[in-house]
Write a protein that binds this ligand. Sequence first.
Ligand code: G16
Length: 524
Amino acid sequence: MSFSSKTATSSPIEGQKPGTSGLRKAVKVYQTPHYTENFVQSILKGGLHDKLCGSSLVVGGDGRYFGKEATELIIRMCAANGVSKVIVGLNGLMSTPAVSCVIRKYQTDGGIILTASHNPGGPDADFGIKFNTSNGGPAPENVTNSIFEFSKSIGEYRICPDLPVCIENIGSSVVQVDGSDFTVEVIDPVSDYAEYMKTIFDFGAIKELMSSGFTVLVDAMNGVMGPYAKRVLGEELGAPDSSLVNCIPKEDFGGKHPDPNLTYAADLVNEMAKGQHDFGAAFDGDGDRNMILGKKAFFVTPSDSLAVLADNLDCIPYFKTTGIKGLARSMPTSGAVDRVAKSKNLNCFEVPTGWKFFGNLMDAGCLSLCGEESFGTGSDHIREKDGLWAVLAWLSVLANTKVTVEESIKQHWNRYGRNFYTRYDYENCESAPANKMMEDLNAFVADKSNIGKSFTSGDKTYKLATADNFCYTDPVDCSLSKNQGIRLIFADDSRIIFRLSGTGSSGATIRMYIEGYENDAAYL
Ligand code: G16
């Protein structure tokens, strides 16, 4: 069959600047005329440039409302823009880590992920589109800037309107578009990822743990992770069906906020609190975030999770082959992992918030394990954070060390001290006063007479040692990222950090992160 594409006239739409991770907006915004088309065309041209013609791309998403329409539109636009092959998940589904895995495995030129991650879904909620480059990771800032620049001067987009698109059956189809072959390959979104996990972890050891009376409870939050949890934890590792809950992906996540934290995964927390399960975990909508709980809902902060995994990487076969090249965390993540790095004589990088900043370090062979306070953990096996990987990593540690989750955390605190940590989110703020607050904080940190001042809280006094707005120079390509968050660092390494979220779909969200370090056993 052969088809012809056409050029449609359009004009720039304000505000198509990708945030921390893609362009997240209300579904209703994405549904306005030309909004999605403009952004997809900007990704294709601004993200791929002269590689566009003849390229291959992966397309997948978390199953949220509007995902299917957007997937079909993207395929029609890829066909019209000279892309030669699109690999797409069955029914448009593919977790974010799996997209990264598939891009790398099949060496495509990148991928387009349809997700607003942990933001709610449905006709009145959020949608998002994100571009990943050929290394499998989120596009770095120079690429997202180029996409944004393109969107500001767009005058037309290309589409093949009559191309029939069927993503409901696995298989490959080739058609002629404007005289060239165009292939759409619909794949099982789980298989490649599941096979890869088997090469990273010792499934035999985890299986043994799971059959020894150790019980898990995993909540997929009605997001894309259901089929992955069922295949890997259920079919491969023997977790009973009843221990894997909310595993059918729903367009509106069943009305839930698919964010794996103590607030939004409260059902899991309450069930774990009954003390009937040894290990609990939840994922976000697209499967890159994770929350880990021990028996009786013992909460593992993401910063501690990273530190404990860093201390136990020898429990994971993958690292025996690759070696441990270095560790990293985002700036607001607690310094717990830094202490592990120091004791193991490893480099520990501090990058701005956003997984995209880890990619260069991994590609340059400087980084094996990294994480963020925002419930993200992962390694250089792919270029996205990976919720199920984190669960398998924890199960590997527990299988090897034969201690409980709570014991492993407490042993860690006893050895390294404890970074007490909390984050406050002020959501749905008006943008202007939030920006003014950041300006005032900028003025405060610029005034060097504040250094050395003491502040007292309870029986503790904190002396301000450093105050700045975090600026990062990528050690690999020397690119500079300024204004990445206000840092107040005290003499004992305690910190207060302020930054504006880059993942909201409207208004402003102010984040305040507070961290205090203790190594006095009486306080742990
Ligand atoms: C995204 C990024 C993360 C980042 C988080 C922070 O997470 O992928 O690397 O830590 O945003 O968000 P904010 O700017 O709101 O603090 P996700 O899971 O939403 O893709």
